[in-house]
Design a protein around this ligand. Structure first.
Ligand code: PLP
Length: 222
């Protein structure tokens, strides 16, 4: 009942047009099942093995999103199960996903991960790196990857103003790409940003997809 109530409350707060990814990493199947029975269909996982094993046990209409750092040697394993990979953080990974998707004759949707937060350990492209990477040539070479948008995290700080600036910077890169390389391309439309503690700021700054775990499922036990 607790998870159902949490989801209901959250869905009442999240504005229309913003998609909720229920981040279920480290939580057991019973927790995911409760969310599923409350109507949730989009789940986010950050480890390849965990995603694949949950995908085998959950109903087939679940949409699995991969949100963690993806090692190249795990791409083949997750591709048959994922609807969207949020965390593409290198050109090498992008091209490998394309090659593996081609191998199984699929088109795979991805987001490009931006790093704007002050923490040094986070993965992702700087805004300048991403603008350099995404050229019309690259986009036409990637035959089995659909670049659907961008993903990012804000600094993990108490300072709301800094958090707002980080989200603003992520949205600005999206807007620049949307006005440039992806002009007129309806499939480039996702801005994935915001977690349990900062999603309202992310939405105010233009997120249309939020990734929320703790608020739905409670604290994770690692
Ligand atoms: C774990 C995780 C989340 C969810 O975090 P909560 O604070 O539990 O909402 C969102 N995005 C990414 C990339 C994560 O790894």
């Amino acid at each position: 009942m607790r998870i159902r109530n949490n989801l209901q409350r959250l869905n009442g707060l999240i504005p229309e047009g913003v998609e909720l990814v229920a981040v279920s990493k480290f939580h057991p199947l019973e927790a995911l099942t409760e969310a599923y029975e409350a109507g949730q269909r989009v789940f986010g996982e950050s480890r390849a093995n965990e995603l694949c094993s949950k995908a085998k046990d959950m109903p087939a209409d679940v949409k699995w999103h991969f949100i963690g750092h993806l090692q190249t040697n795990k791409v083949r394993q997750i591709l048959p199960h994922v609807e969207l990979i949020h965390s593409v953080d290198s050109e090498k990974l992008l091209r490998l996903i394309d090659a593996e998707a081609s191998r199984i004759d699929r088109k795979v949707k991805v987001l490009l991960q931006l790093h704007v937060a002050q923490e040094e350990t986070k993965y992702g492209f700087s805004p300048a790196e991403l603008m350099d990477l995404v050229t019309p040539e690259l986009v036409s070479e990637l035959r089995n990857v659909e670049i659907a948008g961008v993903m990012g995290m804000a600094s993990n700080v108490d300072d709301d103003e800094r958090v707002r600036e980080d989200f603003h910077a992520i949205r600005a890169v999206f807007d620049q790409l949307k006005a440039g390389v992806f002009a007129g391309d309806d499939s480039f439309r996702t801005v994935s940003m915001g977690m349990s503690h900062d999603w309202p700021i992310a939405v105010a700054e233009g997120a249309n997809m939020v990734r929320v775990g703790t608020t739905i499922f409670g604290e994770r036990e690692y």
